[in-house]
Design a protein around this ligand. Structure first.
Ligand code: HEM
Length: 328
């Protein structure tokens, strides 16, 4: 009779660094960063969808003579200038986050706040180039994609705020990390193709703005095809993460991303078949911002602070299996 194989000796997980207490103000500022970056995507969309893209015809001044719009520029000038003013809100939030993180001795958070802070003047310049190129569709697209990246950085800030600083390790098998990487890359492919569709479509931001000359139907088809791939990959991730009972910190964003993709896909189809009404296009922009946010949330969740190394006494005759604390 074969001898029973001894069950592997499971040792308690080495203690993970405790999640740092998050000062209330720092937490609020991190959320403010995310909300403000999503908000400016919407207000930028309103500029385009109301045909106010050249409401202020030059940059950095609104007109050759003045930094603020004058009476004859009317509502378009007010809308475009309002969007420019929001830049200062983003700067204020980023600087405040930097200073508060510095005061609480969180170097990782301070660094991310610097990236967010530098992104704002960069976006102001790209926005200026957009105006100076008479709303060239490729520049408009780049301007939106940089905002999508900043939304991702704001999500990184929020995630890291709740994790201890220091070395990190993956909390799911490497194949899952690769799948999440593929989801993130596909998300960016979808975002990019969306901007190509917009550049070929009717909402240029000004009646005289150039279009990219591509066929809107063909590029909408490609955009939607990649969305199907994205939904398929995300559904696979949700099911596989459940099968291995992955940590909640990874399962939650996977579910959230799937939900956002389905809602956003529905808005995309409805706007396509109803002639791109402005309200739905604006909603689709917010959906795109939320897609970027949730895809980044998933990406940054698969690595967590590494447990502190503890010296273990090998127990004779048994192989030691170290289990990790799962839900952080
Ligand atoms: C996860 C799902 C989706 C994401 C993340 C997404 C993202 C985007 C983005 C970033 C834009 C560019 C917005 C802009 O430049 O202002 C866009 C535009 C567009 N999307 Fe999607 N999209 C998704 C699904 C779909 C689907 C399924 C359709 C169906 C055909 C669709 C149709 C369109 C159309 C027609 C535009 C151009 C709107 C315009 O001319 O202003 N989208 N999308």
């Amino acid at each position: 009779m074969p001898k029973p194989v001894p069950a592997p000796h499971r040792v308690p997980a080495p203690p993970a660094p405790p999640a740092p207490p998050v000062p209330r103000l720092l937490g609020a500022l991190a959320w403010a960063s995310l909300v403000a970056n999503i908000g400016i995507v919407l207000t930028g969309g309103v500029v385009r969808l109301t045909g106010s893209g050249l409401g202020c015809p030059t940059w950095p001044r609104c007109t050759e003579e003045s930094f603020v719009p004058q009476g004859e520029l009317g509502i378009h000038g007010a809308i475009e200038f309002g969007n420019r003013l929001l830049t200062f809100v983003l700067v204020a939030v980023a600087v405040a986050t930097f200073l508060v993180a510095l005061r609480h001795g969180r170097p990782a958070i301070t660094r991310i706040a610097v990236v967010l802070g530098l992104g704002v003047p960069a976006q102001a310049v790209i926005g200026g180039i957009t105006v100076l190129t008479d709303l060239n569709p490729w520049t408009v697209a780049f301007h939106l994609l940089v905002s999508m990246a900043m939304i991702g950085v704001a999500v990184l800030l929020l995630r890291r705020l709740h994790d201890a600083d220091g070395p990190r390790q993956r909390v799911v098998p490497s194949g899952y990390v690769a799948l999440v990487g593929a989801i993130f890359a596909t998300t960016w492919g979808v975002l990019y193709l969306g901007t190509v569709v917009t550049g070929s479509g009717p909402h240029a931001g000004d009646a005289n703005a150039p279009r990219n000359g591509l066929d809107p139907q063909t590029w909408s088809q490609l955009h939607a095809d990649l969305v199907f791939l994205l939904v398929g990959l995300t559904l696979a991730a949700v099911l596989l993460l459940r099968a291995v009972d992955a940590p909640a910190r990874v399962r939650r964003p996977a579910w959230a991303l799937l939900g956002v993709e389905i809602a956003q896909g529905a808005v995309g189809f409805v706007q396509y078949y109803t002639g791109l009404p402005e309200v739905l296009v604006a909603l689709h922009l917010v959906g795109a911002a939320l897609t970027s946010a949730t895809a980044t949330w998933l990406l940054v969740a698969v690595h967590a602070p590494a447990p502190k190394a503890v010296a273990q006494k090998p127990s004779s005759g048994s192989s030691a299996t170290v289990t990790n604390s799962r839900d952080r």
